[in-house]
Design a protein around this ligand. Structure first.
Ligand code: RB5
Length: 143
């Protein structure tokens, strides 16, 4: 499994925790920035991550800004991206089962690292249900 990960300054600290966790799990990832805690613009990070996921260079994306909102809104503008903003494990599981979400977004000022890492694990370890009704709904999104 290969992950494209990115954050703005608001998600910079949490992203470091997530990257350490991915390393500990032996999961390959690429950090698309930002590379320090200086203020930057989340669309500049969300777009290349989303494009790399759509182009199938990576299996999933993880995007983190202060709230997770701006970075998920931006990612969802890219056709083929289903970015899910999650602050709990129930949603992380459901969005993989039902929406086949391909990007997990989180808010670095919303969730602490303990919960965030459980959300990451839940998201990455839950397969799409592949049920007809969910496939039909996802196809309607793409249309
Ligand atoms: C940056 O201050 C903040 O606006 C950004 O990280 C994010 O929360 C936007 O949605």
């Amino acid at each position: 499994m290969k992950i494209a990960i990115g954050s703005d300054h608001g998600g910079f600290e949490l992203k470091a925790e997530v990257m350490k966790h991915l390393s500990d799990r032996g999961i390959e990832f690429k950090d698309f920035g930002c590379y320090d805690a200086n203020s930057c613009d989340y669309p500049d990070i969300a777009k290349p991550v989303a494009k790399a996921v759509v182009n199938k260079e990576y299996d999933f994306g993880i995007l983190i800004c202060g709230t997770g909102i701006g970075i998920s809104i931006t990612a969802n503008k890219i056709k083929g991206i289903r970015a899910a903003l999650c602050s709990d494990c129930f949603s992380a599981e459901a969005t993989r089962l039902h929406n086949n979400a391909n990007i997990l977004a989180m808010g670095g000022r919303v969730v602490g690292p303990g919960l965030a890492l459980k959300i990451v694990d839940t998201f990455l370890d839950t397969p799409f249900s592949n049920e007809e009704r969910h496939i039909r709904r996802i196809n309607k999104i793409e249309e």
